[in-house]
Every structure is written in C-alpha cells, then in structure tokens.
Design a protein around this ligand. Structure first.
Ligand code: NAD
Length: 498
C-alpha cells in the first residue's frame, strides 16, 4: 500500500474524501511513490473557508511576528535540505545537486519575505494642501491562491505562499499533482515554523480543483505558473470572475553568441543551460543563435554535450535525469522526428538511451539540431526536454530581430566580450530577463521575475517588490486635523483641496 498524500486544511493534515486518485511516479524507475487525491470543488471550498476564517487575526498580527514565522521557516528548510532534495529527486527526476538548487532558490524567497517590514511600507506626503497630508498603505487582500507546475516543486510554491502570507494574506496552494510530496514537506515545515492554522492550506488535483479556485468568490488573487494554454485559461477564467491573476507561462529562450565570446565559458554555459534538468526549465536555453564565425562552434557544442552523464538523479555524477512522464517523453521524441522531417540537421540524437539499472525510466539524452528555422515545429514549440536548436545569423542585428520576432519573452542571453554589443543587446531586445554572459538570468528575489510578452499574463511578477503590489491593495488616506479653536471658512464646492 502506498502512502496517500494528505490535504492541509485549517492546520490539520487530513485525508481527502473524494474517490479520484492518481499515482505519483518516480520518473527514473516508474515506482509508485504515493497516491494523490484529485480534489473537487468541495475540498477547495473547505480550504478557502479555513483561509477566510484565519484572515482577520493574521491580518492583525504584527509585521515582525509574521516575519519571525518565515525566519523560522528558512532555518527549518536549511535543516531539512537533504531530505527535501532527496524527495524532490525521487518524484521529479532532477539530479540531487539540482534539487538542492531548486530548494535553495525558493529558500532565498523565504529570506526575502523576512524583509516584509520595509517591503510593505507605504508612502507619505506632508502638506499636499493646507494642513492636509496624504499617505498610502498596502493592505493584504484576503484569501489568495497559487497553482504550480511540476518542474520546480520547491522553488515555485516558495515564490508564492511565503510572500502572500508574510504580507498578511491567507493562502490556498494547489501544487502539481505530478510531484506533490516536496510541497507537502514544505507545508509541514511552515506549520512547524508557527504559521497559525488556516493561514496556509493545500489541496491537490488538476482541472476540477483549478477551475474551483478560479470560480470561488472568496479568492481575491491567483498566482499561476505553468504552460501557456492552461495559464491562459486560468487568467481568463480568474479575471472574468473579478480576481487579480498573474500567470507565468512557457518559453523559448534564445542565447545569442558573438564570435568574440570567451569560448570555453560560453560552451559550458550553453550546454548546462540547455540540458540541465533535462531541459525542463522555463528559463532553459532552448535555442542558440550563432552569429558570423561563431557558427564554427557547432562541433564543440556537440562534443561538450556528449560529456554529460544521463542517469537517475540520485546517481553520483549524473548531469541530467529523466523527463517527468511517459507522455512528455513520447512528445519530445515525436518533436525530434518532426525536426528531421522538416529539414533540420540532427547533430546529436539522444533518443532512447540505455541507462543501466534504469531501463524503464523516461530518458532522452542531449539532442542537438542545427540549421533550425522559424516555422519548424522544433523551433515554434516549447519542447521542454533536452533538445537544443541551433540557428545562425549574419549579424547581431539579425540575431536580435530573430529573438524579437519569437512570441515568447521569458529569457535570453548574449555571450560576448564587447561592452558595446552587450549594451545594444540589452537596450534593443524585447525579452523580460536578459543575461550578459549569464545563461539562465533568473533574478535573485530582491528583484522580481520579469518574463514578458507571450511568457506572461498580468502585469506584476512573482517575488521581489512587484509581488507585494500584487498581493496588497493600496489604500490612500487624505487627512486633515483641526485645532479645537480653528475657525471654519466658507463652504468649498469645488474639487480642489485648499
Ligand atoms: P501545466 O500547465 O500542465 O500545469 C500547471 C498547473 O496547472 C498544474 O498545477 C496542473 O495541475 C494544472 N493543470 C494542468 N492542466 C490543466 C487544465 N487542463 N486545466 C486546469 N488546470 C490544469 O504545466 P506543467 O507541465 O506542470 O509545467 C511546465 C510548464 O510550466 C512549461 O510550459 C514551463 O515553461 C512553464 N513554467 C513557466 C515558468 C515561468 O516562470 N514562466 C516557470 C516554471 C514553469
């Protein structure tokens, strides 16, 4: 009998009542790790009711007291780092080192949440009219919800509930049904850290639970991270129900390489960013644009990719693990086939590698295409696997035009030793997150995550300062105080303050 994943409702870890369950599967072995409930609207309603009941007291809790809960949570996450990473590797497949990175990037957000005192500060202007002051305060919204993808089961839940809750909101988290064990461990640690009951609640499931979140009248804001189609649905359904929604979506990230780039550094960066986490990162480098003579580097990229070890994430020395499930594997293999049919040159074929001891795992080894062009499925679609497309451009201008013509705008990078080229790229490129000799430019949490165009819906991003605006309502107060002996002038029938 495998363990049943519990729900967290009103501070208690409880069994789901519904009859629909699905297996949580180790993608390297197909072992069933647990069974996760596919919740419906009743369970979502229970979680929302608990969050709504907890809101008045939590909203009234002193800022420092809220921050202290997250100080304790960051210490607990550090203490449980190995256990969290091992769970994450088992259910998601990424290597242990990368799983620690996943937890660590989330931990940084928890640390950032501890600065809520300054982050949530308002503004004050004295004497905006005679004896009148105006100030703006940021108040929590109420019940907020988060819907997360499979690829970062620690980092992305930690983008959401710490920032929402530390700002005084209460929260309902719906993690990916494919790897719910890591988020549940984080929820346990949050309870241990002293988060009062009902402040964080967790439900599981897919379409039905997500739709119930989009429709529930007591949820004020939804933070979504996942694929374009689902994100668009959540954004449209949530906003049509009057909610704030931020949706971080899919991507096709281009790295542009100029011939003057530091070659060894660049090759390492490209190969790591293309194939790390088996390409299942929204900020993975999935397209390399070689400019001018840099196109001579194709054999070097292939040679470097061949040095990577593909194995189960728990194996020592593994550089990339399996992809998340059999459907994802079949889709990636199909896209590779389409790449060949549509005329791209297959430089390295990673299909069906034999991984000793893990013959039933969902493995694809690094795969590289050159001569890739827009209009080919491998270029137009987000593959979300270890497949790198190489395009060529005659000039930096032509490379920038290619990147800007792509509908996605999550991340990009330029590799060069020229400050002038970097300055031009940073200015002209129409992508939200730009790396200069940095392949995966996910900002640290003192900044916000700033994907743009087709990679995002809503105008404010996760973490950083932007998320405080997302999770709060700004209230402006315009105030005048009278001395007891002040004399009243004439009635003012205009809109002007005097
Ligand atoms: P997904 O869209 O399949 O799932 C995301 C969430 O939506 C999950 O919680 C899932 O249960 C739910 N869901 C799935 N299908 C649904 C449906 N039909 N109706 C309602 N809800 C549904 O995404 P995924 O495969 O888990 O994650 C990979 C995707 O996420 C990639 O496209 C990746 O680029 C994107 N992503 C984006 C960012 C970013 O910051 N831009 C970060 C990580 C991942």
């Amino acid at each position: 009998m495998v363990d049943k994943v519990k729900l967290l409702i009103d501070g208690a870890f409880v069994d789901a009542k519904g009859s629909q369950w699905r297996d949580v599967v180790n993608p390297a072995t197909q072992d069933v790790l647990a069974s996760v409930p596919m919740c419906g609207s009743d369970e979502v309603a229970q979680a929302v009711a608990a969050a709504k009941a907890a809101f008045p007291a939590w909203r009234a809790t002193a800022i420092a007291e809220r921050a202290r809960v997250f100080l304790r949570l960051q210490a607990l996450i550090r203490e449980h780092m190995d256990e969290l990473a091992a769970t994450l590797t088992r259910e998601q497949g990424k290597t242990l080192a990368d799983a620690k990175g996943d937890v660590f990037r989330g931990l940084e957000v928890v640390e950032h949440a501890c600065s809520i005192g300054t982050l949530q500060m308002g503004e004050f202007a004295e004497n905006v009219a005679g004896g009148v002051d105006t100030y703006a305060i940021r108040q929590p919204l109420g019940v907020c919800a988060g819907i997360t993808p499979f690829n970062f089961p620690a980092m992305i839940p930690l983008w959401m509930f710490p920032m929402a809750c530390v700002a005084g909101n209460t929260f309902v988290l719906k993690p990916s049904e494919q790897d719910p064990l890591t988020p549940m461990k984080l929820a346990e640690l949050a309870q241990q850290a002293g988060l009062p009951r009902g402040v964080l609640n967790v439900v599981h499931g897919g379409v039905e639970a997500v739709n119930a979140i989009c429709d529930h009248p007591d949820i004020k804001a939804i933070s979504f991270v996942g694929s374009v189609n689902v994100g668009r649905h959540v954004y449209e359904r949530g906003t049509s129900n009057g909610k704030r929604v931020q949706a971080m979506l899919g991507a096709k990230n281009h790295a542009v390489v100029l011939p003057d780039a530091n070659k060894e550094q660049t090759l390492n960066a490209l190969v790591g960013a293309a194939f790390g986490a088996a390409g299942q990162r929204c900020m993975a480098t999935s397209v390399v644009v070689l400019v001018g003579k840099a196109k001579e580097w194709i054999p070097d990229i292939v040679a470097k990719a061949k040095t990577l070890k593909v194995s189960a994430g728990c194996e020592p020395g593994a550089d990339l693990g399996p992809v998340i499930n059999r459907q994802a594997l079949a889709r990636i293999e199909k896209l590779i086939g389409q790449g060949i049919e549509q005329g791209a040159t297959l430089e390295l074929d990673g299909r069906k590698p034999v991984i000793a001891g893990y013959e039933s795992g969902n493995f694809v080894a690094p795969t590289i295409f050159s001569a890739v062009k827009p209009g080919m499925a491998i270029y137009d679609e987000e593959i979300f696997g270890p497949v790198l497309c190489i395009c060529e451009a005659d000039s930096l201008d032509a490379a920038i035009a290619l990147v800007n013509a792509n509908p996605y705008g999550n991340g990009t990078a330029l590799f060069t030793q020229s400050g002038a080229a970097a300055r031009k790229f940073q200015h002209d490129i129409d992508v939200g997150q730009v790396g200069i000799n940095v392949p995966i430019p996910v900002p640290v949490p003192i900044f916000s995550f700033t994907g743009s165009r087709g990679s995002k819906l809503g105008d404010l991003g996760p973490y950083g300062k932007e998320v405080i605006r997302f999770y709060t309502q700004t209230k402006t107060v315009t105030a005048r105080w009278f001395d007891d002996d002040a004399t009243a002038g004439p009635v003012n029938t205009t809109i002007a303050l005097r």
